[in-house]
Write a protein that binds this ligand. Structure first.
Ligand SMILES: NC(=O)C1=CN([C@@H]2O[C@H](COP(=O)(O)OP(=O)(O)OC[C@H]3O[C@@H](n4cnc5c(N)ncnc54)[C@H](O)[C@@H]3O)[C@@H](O)[C@H]2O)C=CC1
Ligand SMILES: O=C1[C@@H](O)[C@H](O)[C@@H](O)[C@H](O)[C@H]1O
Length: 336
């Protein structure tokens, strides 16, 4: 069976996911496209999916008989309505992060999915599919002993002018929020943010870098540096300190060179290259589950918990240096 997919939002990542469904992955085909800008949808149709229909609205695409499953890749603030419509239509839906821009919005999705009685939503937290994080989790479970601390960094070379302080949480740190819950099999109980002096490359509305400290229910303390104007590359670092030893997230594979009197290897500069393989694996996983009428991987519950934690971290930014308590709602049985 070939799963017929409709893609809503054909910007940067919607285009890239369309490419991987059409050219890389097995078992699915993009049959429908929709974007707020019809030119953007038509451009992706012309370049990657000539047989796909272009729909005036995402709602129309979701309702189309030709569409078995939906990818939501539009601007974050539009995700909630589309995911709710897909659940209502009983169609599996892959939603890029964020699931919703508020915790209340994410909760509405959880409630709708619970009412539907089965998993229909996968959230685009692709790091859970990264071979490095999978190996790190294996080391944490089998080798290091119970985790005590995590030291991490999320560094981007530069960000656009419209990127402001809270976006470091909602747009960037959200990946760590999800992947550490999964890595440690734990939930967060508090968040604290401290700011060193801002780097010269930043601007008035962006305090960069910042350090977020999350404490988990099991007492693990996670320190993450978020530095989005680091200039030198896109660099994701993580080490987990356990009772018996320390485990490190592997560096991306790179050729070491002795060249021009230097011993060196290249550092990636683009997150698309850093996680290219994990995007492939996450979407293949979606296709497999959606073909059976359900969803797997990061759930609405994970998207909701990420949203709750993001809200607490933004509050912690505002309360600079003070801890903000995170309360964890009860998890519905659907997500156990
Ligand atoms: N998992 C990951 O690593 C990444 C996830 N993302 C997420 O993917 C989403 C899209 O990001 P990008 O592709 O970078 O943005 P983008 O700005 O390149 O594309 C967004 C597209 O959505 C369209 N759009 C806006 N409102 C719409 C509406 N109401 N209905 C349909 N289409 C609408 C825009 O016209 C645009 O073509 C964001 O939520 C972002 O956070 C983005 C980059 C990486
Ligand atoms: O989602 C992403 C971007 O939106 C974000 O800006 C980057 O910092 C992340 O690493 C990338 O995965």
């Amino acid at each position: 069976m070939t799963l017929k997919i409709g893609v809503i939002g054909t910007g940067m990542i919607g285009r890239d996911h369309t490419r991987r469904i059409q050219n890389v992955l097995a078992g699915a085909q993009v049959v429908a496209l929709s974007d707020y800008s019809s030119e953007a949808a038509k451009a992706v149709q012309a370049d990657l999916a000539p047989d796909a229909t272009v729909h005036a609205t995402g709602q129309e695409l979701i309702a189309a008989n030709t569409v078995d499953a939906v990818l939501v890749c539009s601007t974050g603030s539009t995700h909630e309505d589309y995911v709710l419509a897909a659940i209502e239509a009983g169609k599996p839906v892959f939603c890029e992060k964020p699931l919703a821009t508020t915790a209340e919005g994410a909760k509405r999705i959880v409630d709708a999915e619970v009412a539907a009685g089965k998993r229909l939503v996968q959230v685009g937290f692709m790091r859970r599919y990264d071979s490095g994080y999978v190996a790190l989790k294996d080391a944490v479970v089998n080798n290091t002993g119970a985790p005590i601390m995590v030291h991490a960094a999320h560094r981007n070379p530069a960000v656009p002018e419209q990127y402001v302080t809270p976006m470091a949480i909602h747009d960037t740190f959200v990946h760590e929020i999800d992947v550490f819950r999964w890595l440690l099999d734990d939930d967060y109980v508090s968040a604290r943010v401290t700011f060193p002096r801002s780097c010269a490359a930043s601007h008035a509305k962006l305090r960069d870098p910042q350090i977020v400290t999350l404490t988990t229910a099991k007492g693990v303390v996670i320190n993450t540096e978020i530095y989005v104007n680091c200039k030198y590359g896109y660099d994701i670092q993580c080490q987990v300190v356990g009772e018996d030893g320390v485990a490190y997230l592997p560096e991306p594979q790179a050729i070491k060179m002795r060249l021009g009197a230097k011993f060196q290897n290249e550092i990636l500069t683009d997150w698309k290259d850093r996680f290219v393989a994990s995007y492939d694996v996450e979407l293949q996983d979606f296709i497999k589950a959606a073909a059976e009428g359900t969803a797997t991987g990061p759930s609405s519950w994970d998207g909701y918990m990420a949203a709750v934690t993001c809200d607490a971290c933004v509050e912690a930014q505002e309360a600079e240096g003070s801890a903000i308590i995170i309360s964890n709602p009860e998890r519905p049985a659907l997500y156990n």
